[in-house]
Write a protein that binds this ligand. Structure first.
Ligand code: GLU
Length: 304
């Protein structure tokens, strides 16, 4: 498969001027990004990397990091995790408080904010240094020790994240949060502030396309069952309340973030990441979604 040819076609066809959305601004630091940024990286083996544009530039991966946190919590909690967070698409915005009220403080899934906050509670409760363990995991998956939190994004989110803080308080009142609120939100805002490139992301997510093993070293990070569960959640819940549309148009499991990144995998084939900061109304990268739709159309391959 000549992936570079397909990526070159996508790069030629797509232009940020053709999209109509806006860069995220509810986290002030995110509004500073250059809306023209556009990059893509597809990884399918040690010597098989294909890319274009700003594929090696770090950006704020935001909610994409919730997949790493979920993997860590699954390791700790096993199947008991699903008593604290469910596995259904939410059909509501990612930061909705109303759904929590009528579902008694049990979040619909680990990728909406409430779900990731419960996951953060588990990691803060069970690990001595959850921030360092998160960095260790991501650095190991990418073989890149320079990956770090973006302090400015962290501070920006910390000072404006009232909704997330409200959610933790609310779930604590309903009995689904163990730790104090402060260390949980501190971890959560750090999690969201991870800065990575398309190249890094596609390398890190290759474990989900490779039955839980790091491709380069064959080290098992997740079992095949855990990998199946995470991929199923990415397919059904990875794109806010647009997961159906993403499955329909692209047909791959994946996860997006409000920084404009999307990473998707084709099991046993490849992992691909794309970045364009302009978001559609549902909070997904507008150009990123179009680029991935073109990829699965040009290759004629999706999981369906
Ligand atoms: N840090 C963001 C928030 O909590 C995550 C948003 C996202 O990428 O979905 O609002």
């Amino acid at each position: 498969m000549d992936y570079q040819k397909f990526l070159d076609t996508i790069n030629q066809e797509m232009n940020y001027r053709d999209v109509t959305g806006k860069v995220a601004s509810y986290i002030p630091e995110l509004a500073k990004v250059d809306p023209r940024k556009f990059g893509m990286h597809l990884h399918c083996g040690e010597q098989q990397n294909y890319s274009f544009g700003d594929s090696e530039e770090n950006f704020s991966i935001q909610s994409i990091s919730k997949v790493f946190a979920l993997a860590m919590a699954m390791e700790i909690m096993g199947e008991d995790l699903w008593d604290r967070v469910h596995v259904e698409p939410s059909g509501d915005p990612f930061n909705s408080l109303t759904q929590l009220e009528y579902e008694n403080g049990i979040p619909r899934n680990p990728f909406i904010n409430a779900g990731a906050l419960v996951i953060s509670d588990i990691l803060v409760d069970q690990l001595d240094d959850p921030k360092q363990e998160l960095l260790d995991l991501v650095r190991k998956l990418t073989d890149d020790d320079s990956i770090d939190f973006d302090k400015e994004v962290y501070k920006s989110e910390r000072s404006t994240g009232y909704r997330n803080i409200a959610m933790v308080n609310y779930m604590k009142a309903l009995g689904n949060i163990k730790c104090d609120v402060e260390p949980i939100v501190d971890f959560y805002f750090h999690l969201c502030s991870l800065a990575m490139s398309c190249k890094n992301l596609s390398h890190a997510f290759m474990i989900f396309a490779n039955r839980g093993k790091i491709l380069a070293t064959d080290e098992e990070i997740l079992t095949p069952l855990q990998t199946k569960r995470i991929n199923a959640l990415m397919q059904t819940c990875g794109f806010y309340d647009e997961a159906g549309e993403f499955s329909f148009e692209v047909g791959l499991p994946g996860k997006s973030g409000v920084g404009g990144g999307i990473v998707a995998i084709h099991p046993s084939k490849y992992s691909v990441a794309v970045w364009s900061p302009i978001l559609n109304k549902k909070g997904n990268s507008e150009l990123g979604m179009k680029a991935l739709e073109r990829l699965t159309s040009l290759t004629g391959l999706s999981v369906f």
